[in-house]
Design a protein around this ligand. Structure first.
Ligand code: AMP
Ligand code: TRP
Length: 337
């Protein structure tokens, strides 16, 4: 490793407080954040302001925020090693979004893929927040001057917009923002539905058995894995084209146990799908049972969860204020104290 890659970076990512985390979220996102928290200065936000761009119930939003933080902490995000914060509790995100938005052509927002998808889905309740969503996301990132932003492939377009807005601001008002780099995990982290391995594991999978939740009971995990769709032929071999189901289970096993795919193939040479599935189920239960136990232990402890958000929020606010005082001065706003 060279000196540059060892340098401590500022890492920021955020997620909406939407329900239960599944194995795809865990392996494709949260597990990486936990590892990053050991090496970098990390800010992890729960974006409740983004969550109100679609119809919602306030009491449920609050409940989902607690639940989301409990799940992250159960996955190993340690509030002593990273800054967990609640977006709406930090002063500056909304203000910076306004300022950035004043330099963002409407057409650029109308072209965002996620906006077009959501606008089609919420035709009867289309609000301007939905259009403005990516500008608020840009503010979430730029207010911390983040170097690295871990996101899924679907958020790449929003990061490009963020870089664009940062560049515009820098050239109009002088160097202010770091241009953030997206960090998109390799394709190995793409976990597919157990029931239809052509599509990604997702909470909106119509077949409930296709999705493994990190807080599923061990019996439920086992049942879902044992009933996973497999392929014709009885060989445990990695082949993403003709053996999608088995390859997905191999990916899951490999990601959870650290065993290379080749070692899994060797271990199950001459054995059937039944033996292999039982072993995948054992691996999943072994990896996720402690997560579930921790979740049960902390999810009802509101004080603990609030303490974590408060502590992370203080660090986040300090950094946000620093950026905003520069930004306000540069754009010509005044402070009277
Ligand atoms: P979402 O649940 O779509 O909001 O995604 C939250 C995070 O989890 C993003 O970083 C995604 O890339 C990641 N993620 C979601 N589904 C999967 C999946 N099936 N495999 C790998 N990563 C996923
Ligand atoms: N839009 C992101 C998503 O749906 C969530 C998000 C909001 C985010 N603000 C962010 C992600 C800032 C990374 C950085 O997944």
């Amino acid at each position: 490793m060279n000196a540059e890659s060892e340098k401590r970076k500022v890492v920021l990512t955020c997620a909406q407080p939407t329900g239960r985390l599944h194995l795809g979220n865990y392996l494709g996102a949260v597990k990486n954040w936990v590892e990053m928290a050991d090496k970098h200065e990390c800010y992890f936000g729960v974006v409740d302001m983004h969550a109100i761009t679609i119809p919602y119930v306030p009491a449920e939003l609050r409940k989902n925020v607690y639940d989301c933080v409990a799940q992250y902490m159960a996955c190993g995000l340690d509030p002593d090693k990273c800054n967990l914060f609640l977006q709406s509790s930090i002063i500056g995100h909304a203000e910076l979004a306004w300022i950035l938005g004043c330099a963002c052509p409407i057409g650029q927002l109308e072209r965002m893929t996620q906006y077009k998808d959501k606008a089609a889905k919420h035709k009867d309740a289309l609000n301007s927040g939905l259009l403005y969503y990516p500008v608020l996301m840009a503010a979430d990132i730029l207010i911390y001057n983040a170097d690295i932003v871990p996101v899924g492939e679907d958020q790449k377009q929003h990061i490009e917009l963020t870089r664009d807005l940062a560049q515009k601001f820098n050239s109009r008002y002088s160097e202010t923002f770091v241009l953030p780099e997206p960090y998109i995990p390799k394709s190995g982290a793409r976990i597919m539905s157990l029931q239809s391995p052509d599509s990604k594991m997702s909470k909106s999978d119509p077949n409930k058995n296709g999705t493994l939740y990190i807080t599923d009971e061990p019996d439920v995990l086992r049942k879902k894995i044992m009933s996973a769709v497999t392929d014709s032929g009885g060989e445990v071999r990695y082949d993403e084209t003709s053996k999608k189901g088995i390859s997905n289970l191999m990916n899951i096993m490999s990601a959870l146990s650290g065993k290379p795919l080749q070692a899994i193939e060797d271990e199950f040479a001459g054995k059937g799908y039944g033996d292999f599935k039982r072993a995948v189920a054992d691996t999943a239960v072994e990896a996720l049972a402690p997560v579930r136990e921790k979740y049960i232990e902390i999810s009802s402890d509101k004080r603990l969860l609030e303490e974590a958000l408060k502590r992370g929020g203080q660090a986040a606010q300090k950094r946000a204020f620093k950026t905003m005082s520069k930004v306000r001065r540069k754009v010509g706003f005044m402070d009277f104290d």
